[in-house]
Design a protein. Sequence first.
Length: 171
Amino acid sequence: MTFFVSMAADVLVAVLLVATIASSVKLSRRINRLKADEAALRSTIGDLVVASATAERAIAGLRATLDECDRTLTERLGTAERTTADLTAHVQAGESVITRIAAIVGQARAAAAPSAAAPAAPRPQAGPAAVHARAVETATPVGNGERVGAALAAAQALSERALDRLRARAA
């Protein structure tokens, strides 16, 4: 019986050795997979470090660009405000000129109205006063366009007077 017990003990030890070897092989494979995963994880971490460094540089560049855009926008807004103020001043000056021209044309019409009621002899066409009177007569302003019509008539009269002066100098 000792032989059977000894043989059973040897078989039991052999089975346990085989089981131990099998589990060792499995553990070895798992360790190799973990090492491979560790290498992949290290590679991924390295890629993440590079990507975060690139992102930080890009953010710094974007901040610099944003600061430059802010400065440029501030300068352009200042220029636009100055230009707006200049244009407003020019518009007001233009309205003042138009108002004065309208007053002059109104006075010329008032002066021309009594003479238009009485039949008059044909006027000479060469004089600047005749040109101005003709420009005033041809202007027929209506409603809101009265100021524009008056300004047009005055501008036409001024241009005709300037042409007459140039012709007189040339002759």
